[in-house]
Design a protein around this ligand. Structure first.
Ligand code: NAD
Ligand code: IPM
Ligand code: MN
Length: 356
């Protein structure tokens, strides 16, 4: 296997704790497969505001411009909530800068966690494909103004047809590969942008005559994902709805700490940003008890997508699955393992190989 490079932006709160866990797992698979990884660390979020005055400083921009994949922890925290510039702006800026319009957020009730998931059905799994560089997160204008002696705040929800078309295509391709219908989630009964979304999805659908598409309003989708998760195996949706529904998926599988994600702009082999779905979890930060699975699975997606090494991805995912199946759990899953102890168990599972 050829030598690799990787940028790590650990960020704030539990970010450094869970990225460290992922890097330890990487070191084990790297050692076994016999390749080297050059790891460059950079600053993003609150730590970058403190050190460089910006949540996405120029030095970090230069790092990611080299074209290597990025492993990210999480950004944000109470320390920066009242500042004029927020850590989360750094996250939006890096996604936009890298052109990462597609955010893949798989979820699964892992074997061994059926008792912990609120779902009645074991083995529920799916993926939320979230549009990542449009919608309310980026629309202009975004401002506050005085109206009739009081403040009014304005955010703008806009989508271009081309932005909808490319994420819809990715949705159809994914549904085709999995042999399931595509569920497109919008609010077309109210929003003009959602009406364009639905029309565009219908247009792209013609390119995929073998794939069925189902349209759902987001409120009904939230209900149905809980009540009938088997219908939601491939979901495509706009930025904010995808943010919300992917946290809902975290609840479905038993913990937000279990979800990894990949933010990409092109096919396998292209650069991407890989981060857990959860945030910086200030309530547990610094205690060494965070669940590192989201970060480890994000690393797995990085090896499969950006490095195009599917067997590394499978090896890491399999080790996580076996560790959970064996009843090893961090506190969010009702267990008592620390982040380090759980990570050690994953590394042991990798050492033990497939047939343990
Ligand atoms: P959060 O995801 O950080 O935490 C929500 C709840 O889930 C908390 O109770 C937390 O303890 C728990 N949790 C999250 N990850 C966990 C893990 N790996 N193991 C165990 N428990 C875990 O969301 P929040 O509290 O709403 O936000 C906190 C900060 O994180 C905010 O500043 C927010 O903007 C930021 N945030 C960042 C990202 C990101 O960097 N991608 C994502 C979401 C939120
Ligand atoms: C996520 C987070 C971010 C988002 C925030 C921190 C900007 O919630 O990655 O899900 O809303 O995209
Ligand atoms: Mn979120």
């Amino acid at each position: 296997m050829t030598d690799k490079r990787l940028v790590v932006l650990a960020g704030d709160g539990i970010g450094p704790e869970v990225t460290e866990a992922a890097l330890q797992v990487l070191d084990e698979v790297r050692r076994q497969a016999g390749f080297s990884v050059e790891i460059v660390h950079g600053l993003l979020g609150g730590v970058a505001i403190d050190a460089a005055g910006s949540p996405f400083p120029e030095a970090t921009r230069n790092l990611v411009d080299a074209g290597d994949p990025v492993l990210l922890g999480a950004v944000g925290g109470p320390k920066w909530e009242t500042g004029t510039v927020r850590p989360e702006q750094g996250l939006l800026a890096i996604r936009k800068h890298m052109g990462l319009w597609a955010n893949l957020r798989p979820f699964e009730v892992f074997p061994g966690l059926e008792d912990w998931s609120p779902l009645r059905r074991p083995n529920a799994r799916g993926i939320v494909i979230r549009e990542l560089t449009g919608g309310l997160y980026f629309g202009e204008p975004r401002l506050r103004r005085q109206i009739d002696g009081e403040w009014e705040a304005v955010d703008t929800l806009s989508y271009r047809q081309s932005e909808i078309a490319r994420i819809a295509r990715l949705g159809f391709e994914t549904a085709r590969r999995k042999g399931t219908p595509l569920v497109s989630v919008d609010k077309a009964n109210i929003l003009e942008s959602s009406r364009l979304w639905r029309e565009t999805v219908e247009e792209i659908c013609k390119e995929f005559p073998d794939v069925a598409v189902v349209h759902r309003y987001v409120d009904a989708a939230a209900m149905e994902m809980v009540a009938r998760p088997e219908l939601y195996q491939v979901v495509v949706t706009e930025n904010l709805f995808g943010d919300i529904l992917s946290d809902l998926a975290g609840g479905l599988v038993g913990s937000l700490g279990l979800l990894g994600s990949a933010s990409v702009r092109g096919p396998v082999g292209t650069p991407g940003l890989y981060e857990p779905v959860h945030g910086s979890a200030p309530d547990i930060a610094g205690r060494g008890v965070a669940n590192p699975v989201g970060a480890i699975l994000s690393l797995a997606m990085l090896t499969g997508w950006s490095w195009n090494e599917p067997e590394l991805e499978a090896q890491i995912v399999s080790a996580v699955r076996r560790t959970l199946r064996d009843g090893r759990r961090t506190r969010d899953l009702g267990g008592d393992l620390t982040t380090a102890q759980f990570t050690e168990a994953v590394i042991e599972a990798i050492k033990g190989g497939e047939e343990r």
